[in-house]
Structure formats: C-alpha cells, structure tokens
Design a protein around this ligand. Sequence first.
Ligand code: SF4
Length: 317
Amino acid sequence: MCSAQKFVMRMAGLTMVTRSRSRSRGSGAGPRGAGEEAAPVRKGEANAEGKKSHGPAKRQRKTQKLSVAYEASDNEKGEGAKLPEAPGWEPPDWQQQLVNIRTMRSGKDAPVDQLGAEHCYDPSAPPKVRRYQVLLSLMLSSQTKDQVTAGAMERLRARGLTVDSILQTDDSTLGALIYPVGFWRSKVKFIKQTSAILQQRYGGDIPSSVAELVALPGVGPKMAHLAMAVAWGAVSGIAVDTHVHRIANRLGWTKTATKSPEKTRAALEAWLPRELWSEINGLLVGFGQQTCLPVRPRCHTCLNRSLCPAAQSRGGS
Ligand code: SF4
C-alpha cells in the first residue's frame, strides 16, 4: 500500500477495498495489493455495477450497453440506475505501457507528488475541515500549476482555513490571497458560493457523492472524483485532467480519439479494471509533468517509445 493510499484511509477512517475483475491480467500490470479480495467501497457501487440485476439475460445484455456518468448518490441508487459497459475492447499493449510508466514514475519526484491535493490540507485540523481544505485546493488547482496552488493554500491556511473564515473574508482579500491561481476572480466567487452552500446544507462539511459535489459552483467531475478519493477514501471514477486526457489519447488507451476529458474518462472506465482507477490520475499527471509533456514530449527518454502510437506516427522520435 502506498503512502497516498494510507493517507486516504487515515483521513476518511475507511478501509478501502476494491473489486477484482473476473478476466485475467498480466501480473506485472496488477495494482499495488492486487490479488486481495475485493468489494465495492460503497453500498451503491454494487447496484451501479449490476450486482443486483436479476432480469432475463436478454434484458441484462441490453442494459449493460449503457454507461454510468458518475457514481450514484443515495437518492439516485436503485431502480433505473445505469449499468457499466461490459468488458470487451482493451488497448493491445496497455499492461506493458502501464508497467513502463510505473517504472518511469518510481522516483515519485514530480510536482504532483509533493504538492497535490493530498498534501495541501492541515493534518492537525478536524476531519471535516481537512475535507473542506481538500476541496478548496482542488478548486484552486484547475488551470494552475501545483506550485501556485500550494502557495495559495499555504497563505489561506496561515489565517485558519475553514468555511466560516472564508465566508468572513471579503472578496478583495480572498482574491489577494489566492492570486495568481488561474481564473482567480471567478474562483473567489465560486469559493464563496460553495462555502455558503456547505455551511447551510452540509454543516460545514463537503458532500460525499459525486452528484452533490459537481452541483457545487466551480466543482467539475475531475475535482469531484479526486475529492471522493482523497477526502472520503472512495473510488467513484477516474479523475481525468488535461494530462490524463492527452496521454490516454497518445497511448491509444481510448478506442477512438476523444475530444474532452469527460469523454476520455468514460472511454477509460469502459475497459480499465476498477482497482486501477485511483492510481491513474497521480501516475499520469506526474508522467505528463516530467516526460509526456504537452508540447515536445520527451519520447527519446520514454520506455514506451516503441509501444506508443503517437511516437510511432512521429517516426519514433
Ligand atoms: S513515447 Fe512520447 S508520446 Fe508516447 S507516451 Fe512516451 S513521451 Fe508520451
């Protein structure tokens, strides 16, 4: 178990257990701790994955073609819940590509490894304050380098970062504290609105479902899935940002080219074993920061250069 996973369990006070897929995989591509007995983290996952489906085989085949957009909240579970697509297509070399990326990332020395959301909260704060700080760091992190997000979080935490303290801070002061994060003016507005909702509806805590998280101003699907993982210790989906979106397409991890992170998330979740979902974001974000750069990727140093469709199309550069 890695330190990030230990952190998640400490923070959420949960034992995270994942579900094994019935099909076989190469041992080298298995998750850390692969082979353990696996089960859904939350009650709703069993339903979302079709475990409670008892209909005729024909009807079941039909419903399995539908995909789930995100983990259902308590109110959304039960009758009418969509089922994930049945496993079928998978990229030809993904297991070796994944092993290679793990090898290249073994140093854990990318910015995301030191400054990601799981490193920006105050470990001595009460659990719900820590969860709020995790969500806030995720809201600040969009379109922003990890170093800049970490600096803004440090300044906010120095004043005591809680829902109440943010609501008592005027907009211009809050803007000065978070500057120069990307879209800082919009984020001031979203942070204030979200904090007010958290105070009124959730007692100062953050909600524990993706559906409720994405309903908050300024919170998108990537942030919601990361918040579920980091703050609640629940694997609700693959968190796809621009790094994961770009690299998945370069490696051919989507059946067809995808145009948006949300399309990439759905494409990855259609085939990637669920026990690997929580690992993918941090692994690929760091890989994208150090090797598979947005512009001029360092293919000459990449262990995947002979297995990468994008590198091959460039003539193996
Ligand atoms: S070979 Fe190049 S494009 Fe392909 S994964 Fe490696 S760095 Fe990225």
